[in-house]
Design a protein around this ligand. Sequence first.
Ligand code: PEP
Ligand code: CO
Length: 448
Amino acid sequence: MHPEWNPQSWRVLTALQQPEYPDASALEQVLCELRRLPPLVTSWEIVDLRGQLAEAAAGQRFVLQAGDCAERFIDCTSARITNTLKVLLQMSLVLVVGAQKPVIRIGRFAGQYAKPRSTAEETRNGVTLPSYRGDIINRPEFTTADREPDPQLLLRGYERSALTLNFVRALVKGGFADLHHPEYFDLDWVENTPIASEYHRMVETIRESLRFTEHVLGVRAGSTDRIDFFTSHEALHLPYEEAQTRRVPRRPGWFNLSTHFPWAGLRTNQPEGAHVEYLRGIENPIGLKVGGSATRETVARWLNTLDPQRAPGRLTLIHRFGAARIADGLPALVEAVRAEGGNVLWICDPMHGNTHITAGGVKTRRFEDIYSEVEQAFDIHRALGRQLGGVHIELTGENVTECTGGANGLREADLERAYESQVDPRLNYGQSLELAFLIARKMKSEAA
Ligand code: PEP
Ligand code: CO
């Protein structure tokens, strides 16, 4: 049905959301260099994740995929990386208690540098410049020079991805295990919620199981050589992704070795589009953001193109409707996938359908909408005889003020205090843990 695939076959199609480089030969030079650099991840890690995602699709594992909306080069620091890892690890321990099954941790990190934008240009005070598209493409400052796409940034992004991943791997292997001890949970925000004692009990359960594994079984949690964290990013910048797409000895097929789990965003998920064409040929497990009104025909084309074998673990559908629309949109999507014989993993992204602009012009999200979308997702999948296999969250380990609500009661007036994101608003440390507690509680009540 499809013509032959190769890492460049997407090039005959129109690729959306690509920067326009002023100097094609400078871009080509950078891509040559990228093709020569060693990979960031290995094929066996990718194959391992694909197997784990297949188990998640069968209900035996739960996925926590989370991190920044867009990583920034300036945040490639020891403290930031440690804090991101800490919040992800703590959330995952809380989710283990709720789900009573292993949690797969996938960071939106070590390469989440390119962003789709709703408009190609931005106008301020009568001046129009290219939109900021992420640190791997251009710079956020509003000047002609900063907004011009610079191919050297692809190399800088690749190097920072390597630095990030190197530190993540070292932390996971070494002393970082200490950070998931309950005494490192910062629970100040908990006192503002009526269910504080329930949260404290969950942390106590974590404390006890860690004590049990460490002292009784003699296994030091975290002291394993196997990578405990997988990486993911939106496979948006196709020349960059192509440059990382390689064959490996003794395994058939092509692997994107810049990340374990690439996904196509909502704006580039067209079944006949260049991004889907690129993704269909690689062996990595892949994600597809879906939302709005996907017809049965679109679903059929996605499945036939990206997962013709209907192989569990191959395709993850990350749905993002918004708390007010998920009840209308998700059931038809699930039915369409079922009717096409799909065997996908379902993940809920409760962030991207819940963004709004305040009267003061600030992009934000309400904690209550975010949790409401996740809660509805559990109920809808369950009512249809399926199950929600994970969540996809934009968060940070820092105490930013980008989303409103939660036990800390952040209001719109608080947003300006510590608003950092150049793109989407993220949950802060307390809000992230609170969300994990609420999801754990929901999963426990489902199991009861
Ligand atoms: C994102 O994940 O940051 C994003 C842009 O999401 P979506 O493609 O779902 O809009
Ligand atoms: Co985002």
